[in-house]
Design a protein around this ligand. Structure first.
Ligand code: PEP
Length: 253
């Protein structure tokens, strides 16, 4: 049985007051259930605050990025061991906004996954194609390159690595991929992971991200190869995010 996950990517949003209010509303609206884990990923500066507020709860804590380096003269960066030190368990790596705005490429992201896992974090690797890549028939080649960079010569367990399929054109646009597109991409990813490691392919969780809302979540989570979601915009609204969590628990309705 693969694990089910719901990640809240708060991106560069929040404040001490707003974070506390959002978490309190969320905890009241969506009591956590052992069948699906919820992980909150705030901006770096708020990780200690969210660690404190979620301390005696089942909510997990994730960072939105991690350095590939261990320590030293890397101004503005944050290492995996520092994240671990303040209670972080997960690191989102290769989010499309970082690929697009920080020009993060596959080789660098592979080094980040390695650094995260070596320090006991679970890496949440985001993969996905642009609209242009999809339209020109390059989607599979793009996904292969994104996965191969991370898995070539490495062995990770399903506790160390989670994949989030996030078509770039569906992130923050309000336009989600169709069920057919999502299911096909997830099957393709799992089959491709199996070319590296059949045991990992059987166990690894593959999440979908891209304009998931309360209104479309149940349909997406009912898909056979979708093991949860990475949610951006809708995770900033407690009612919306708790409804998405409930849809993950009961995708059939
Ligand atoms: C994301 O940030 O990973 C994401 C999927 O954003 P949104 O849900 O807003 O599309």
């Amino acid at each position: 049985m693969k694990k089910k996950w719901l990640f809240a990517n708060w991106k560069m949003n929040g404040s001490l007051l707003a974070n506390q209010a959002l978490l309190e509303s969320l905890m009241a609206a969506a009591p956590l259930d052992a069948r699906a884990s919820m992980v909150i990923c705030p901006s770096f500066v708020y990780l200690p605050q969210v660690a404190q507020l979620t301390k005696n709860t089942a909510m997990g804590l994730g960072a939105q990025n991690v350095s590939e380096h261990g320590q030293g003269a890397y101004t503005g960066e944050c290492s995996a061991s520092m994240l671990k030190d303040v209670g972080v368990q997960f690191a989102i790596i290769g989010h499309s906004e970082r690929r697009a705005y920080q020009n993060e490429e596959n080789a660098l992201l592979a080094a980040k996954v390695d650094a995260a896992v070596k320090n006991g974090l679970t890496a949440v690797l985001c993969v996905g194609e642009t609209l242009e890549e999809r339209d020109s028939g390059k989607m599979q080649a793009v996904l292969i390159a994104q996965i191969d960079a991370v898995l070539a010569g490495k062995t990770y367990s399903a506790d160390q690595l989670v994949i989030a399929y996030e078509p770039r054109w569906a992130i923050g646009t309000g336009v989600s991929a169709t069920s057919e597109m999502i299911q096909a991409a997830h099957v393709f990813l799992r089959e491709h992971i199996a070319t590296h490691d059949t045991s990992l392919a059987e166990r690894i969780s593959i999440l979908y991200g891209g304009s998931v809302k309360a209104s479309n979540a149940a349909g997406i989570f009912a898909l056979a190869d979708v093991d949860g979601g990475l949610i951006g915009g809708a995770s900033l609204d407690a009612a919306e995010f708790s409804a998405i969590y409930k849809a993950l628990l009961n995708p059939a309705g």
